[in-house]
Design a protein around this ligand. Structure first.
Ligand code: DQA
Length: 151
């Protein structure tokens, strides 16, 4: 497995078309290109995945944790979309393993509807990046690289 996993959850495949006033005009492909460029600049390899299914996100975290235990993966950048605000299962998945997960949100969820103010992921995240647009993914990768001692 590559050294970094970028995991995007539900509806993030719609980036660029979905509420551009909130999420911007850039597409998921643009996000993934930014992540690849950032990782390569820091000397890391990266895998980008997106799923609209909670169980697939959980499976990906378990696989990432196994790679982390094997010493091949430094961490996960996770934008869980709306599952952030609803998923005890994702909370438990992250809590149950040892891989560092950085929670990212493109928008400032705290400046939006009240139901977006609570995150089930924040208490178990290694770090949180909120409200910087897609640049948040770059910041999260840089944070994980620094945390791993590589940048
Ligand atoms: C989001 C914020 C969530 O509240 C929302 O459900 C998303 C995207 C963000 O990146 O700002 O799907 O995670």
């Amino acid at each position: 497995m590559p050294q970094l996993l970028i995991l995007n959850g539900p509806n993030l495949n719609l980036l660029g078309r979905r509420e551009p006033s909130v999420y911007g005009a850039q597409t998921l492909a643009d996000v993934e290109a930014l992540c690849r460029d950032t990782a390569v600049r820091l000397g890391h390899t990266v895998e980008c995945r997106q799923s609209n299914h909670e169980g697939e996100l959980i499976d990906a975290i378990h696989a990432a944790a196994a790679a982390h235990a094997a010493g091949t993966l430094i961490g996960v950048v996770l934008n869980a979309g709306a599952y952030t605000h609803s998923s005890v299962a994702l909370h438990d998945a992250i809590k149950g393993v040892a891989v560092p997960v950085v929670e990212v949100h493109i928008s400032n969820v705290h400046a939006r509807e009240a139901f977006r103010h609570h995150s089930y992921l924040s208490p178990v995240a290694a770090g949180i990046v909120v409200g910087f647009g897609i640049d948040g993914y770059r910041l999260a990768i840089e944070g994980l690289a620094r945390r791993a001692g590589g940048a």
